[in-house]
Design a protein around this ligand. Structure first.
Ligand code: HAM
Length: 409
């Protein structure tokens, strides 16, 4: 019969991959907990409207990439990202009543119908954080610090933090108008997507990867607008304050005025952390401030900022980690005693197996040396004396000890 294959753009995370995944997950818990963040797990599917209103209906994510389906006359969508879901939960569970800042972290699968390529999947995993309730730039600095700290805890130090400010809706209007004015004469030369973006979301023009469009945007009069300072005094103060905190923290950054991010909810600070070792999909982390989203989704006016990291991209930077061997393998032809001893060892917290098929003694010993650090040998002689022989499978040293006195380390 024909075998059923895995879907394009998805990947199995196999037992041999698990040491790296456990490492990433454990470090996330450890590092984010240090900052006072609590873990949250929200559903994998939500009302489609949450993403249309939350992420924005002019974005590629909402327009082209969502896995949407109908059930009982409801339109549901597999989450393409988790900020909208966490905001929904924040509102529904009245978390604005908690003392600010409310810091929530998460990990889990996301779904985007994108063209698969290295570093880009249709089901991928993110680890992320959302911080609610603080409008000051201290929160921006702390969130960026959390990202850098987490990456460092994984041993990833050689990454670049890119930073920009998108201003507030007020100053951004002026910028959009100026941008449209200089780009309008070149409109017929732009790709189809940019023609739509021009009308619906001109900031996203800067994010286009098409070489023809890039050539247009490189023109001096357009660059003058892009590189010019459009942000108002308040937004400018916020950004400068953030930069001074980053300097204090010793976090290096690069200003990238083309960084606009692919989601509509951002204002003021946006950032990405990039690696030189990942090819074209080089962002391991993306985030920013989204001060209007809680209100736009029906909650109390609450400023917020966060980020998410692609775990597959992190994993590919981390390379391989060896699978841990079992601590012990019980070798015995007395099955009842082997079962009992294995259980005794597991109760002591020792990872342990025995031979379920009761093979010959020598075969069991061979198996033990493949899968475990110690063979715990239980022959008839040992059973009668209440003892076991512990064999270190690296050094071949062995000693006989009382059964209730087994220490393996
Ligand atoms: P994002 O930039 O869309 O932001 O995604 C964050 C990270 O997820 C990316 O930098 C990348 O590492 C990873 N990623 C995204 N799409 C894929 C894909 N198709 N395959 C593999 N990895 C991918 C967000 O999702 C925002 N919710 C981040 C945020 C949180 N902003 C504020 N709070």
């Amino acid at each position: 019969m024909a075998i059923i294959k895995i879907q394009k753009g998805t990947k199995d995370i196999l037992p041999s991959d698990m040491p790296i995944w456990h490492f990433m997950e454990e470090k996330a818990n450890e590092v984010f907990t240090k900052y006072g963040a609590k873990e949250i797990r929200t559903p994998i599917f939500e009302a489609t409207e949450l993403f249309a209103r939350g992420v924005g209906d002019t974005t590629d994510i909402v327009n082209k990439e969502m896995y949407t389906f109908e059930k009982s006359d409801r339109s549901l969508t597999l989450r393409p990202e988790n900020t909208a879901g966490v905001v929904r939960s924040f509102i529904e569970n009245g978390m604005h009543r908690l003392s600010a800042p409310v810091k929530l972290w998460y990990k889990g699968p996301m779904f985007r119908y994108e063209r698969p390529q290295a570093g880009r999947q249709r089901q991928f995993h993110q680890v992320g954080i959302e911080v609610f309730g603080i409008k000051q730039a201290t929160a921006d600095a702390e969130v960026i610090m959390m990202a850098v700290d987490y990456l460092k805890s994984l041993g990833l130090n050689d990454l670049t933090v890119e930073l920009n400010t998108l201003g507030c809706p007020k100053c951004r209007e002026e910028f959009k108008k100026n941008l449209k004015d200089v780009i309008r004469p070149y409109l017929p030369q732009l790709c189809e997507d940019c023609q739509t973006r021009f009308e619906k979301n001109p900031l996203r023009l800067l994010d286009c990867k098409s070489p023809e469009c890039q050539e247009v945007y490189a023109k001096p009069e357009i660059q003058a607008v892009i590189q010019g300072d459009f942000i108002c005094e308040e937004c400018s103060e916020h950004f400068n304050e953030l930069l001074s905190y980053l300097d204090t923290l010793g976090i290096k950054y690069e200003r990238n005025k083309l960084l606009v991010r692919g989601l509509d909810y951002y204002n003021r600070t946006v950032f990405e952390i990039k690696s030189n070792n990942l090819g074209s999909q080089n962002a391991v982390c993306g985030g920013g401030r989204y001060d209007s989203l809680v209100k736009n989704l029906g909650g109390e006016d609450t400023p917020a900022i966060g980020f998410a990291m692609g775990m597959e991209r992190l994993a590919s930077l981390l390379g391989e980690k060896k699978e841990e061997k079992l601590t012990a393998f019980v070798v015995s032809n007395n099955i009842a005693e082997a079962i009992k001893l294995t259980e005794e060892l597991r109760l002591k917290g020792i990872t342990c197996e025995f031979d379920l098929t009761n093979k010959k003694f020598v075969k069991q010993l061979e198996k033990a040396s493949k899968v475990a650090k110690y063979a715990v040998i239980l022959g008839e002689d040992e059973i009668s004396k209440g003892e076991v022989t512990v064999k270190n499978l690296d050094t071949s040293e062995q000693k006989t000890v009382k059964r209730n006195n087994i220490v393996l380390n």
